[in-house]
Design a binder for this molecule. Structure first.
Ligand code: SF4
Length: 178
């Protein structure tokens, strides 16, 4: 079995079917994403969010070191006032398992940009050094300045701003591989 097929099988075994392979250089990195992290996002300052992440220029350099990326779209009916945290945690665990198995296939650079900012702990320490789960915490694509809307649309997957609550929402994870 070819490597690509093995990775597809790993993804499928974790229950995901809505994903696209792209070249890592198709990931759109933009300054405006960082500005919106800094101003307007209540998660700013969490352990895997800015200012605990590389600068936008460093993020661009980081993505240049990868060849392939898998954009995984999650869809869920959700109410922002009663967010499905258990579902989100379960999705994170499955995505981390994919990262682990892809690494064990021999892809030493495998790295997950998670579908949410890290919410593994009830109380986040707000920094990397004192993070309570350094092994499992991963940044979101947005925390690495990825324009998730444009990147997702560029791979032919529709994604829209959610205008109503409750509503069907999308969450986007990106698995980077060499
Ligand atoms: S594992 Fe806990 S302390 Fe670390 S970034 Fe995530 S929520 Fe914060």
């Amino acid at each position: 079995m070819k490597t690509l097929e093995k990775i597809n099988k790993i993804i499928s075994e974790q229950g995901f079917s809505d994903y696209k392979w792209i070249n890592a250089n198709e990931i759109v990195v933009a300054q405006w994403v960082r500005v919106k992290c800094e101003f307007g996002c209540s998660d700013y300052g969490l352990g895997t969010c800015p200012p605990n992440t590389p600068s936008v220029e460093e993020c661009k350099l980081f993505f240049k070191e990868y060849e392939n990326a898998i954009v995984i779209r999650l869809t869920k009916e959700a109410d922002k006032n009663n967010y499905p945290s258990n579902w989100s945690r379960e999705m994170t665990n499955r995505l981390l398992e994919i990262e682990r198995q892809v690494f064990l296939l021999g892809h030493q650079k495998a790295f997950l940009l998670n579908q949410t900012c890290c919410s593994l702990c009830k109380e986040c320490t707000g920094d990397r050094l004192n993070c309570k789960d350094k092994r499992k915490s991963r940044p979101s694509p947005e925390a690495f300045s990825v324009d998730v809307y444009q990147t997702t649309r560029n791979c032919g997957m529709p994604i829209e701003v959610v205008k109503q609550n409750p509503s069907e929402i999308n969450r986007i994870a990106i698995l980077l591989t060499d």
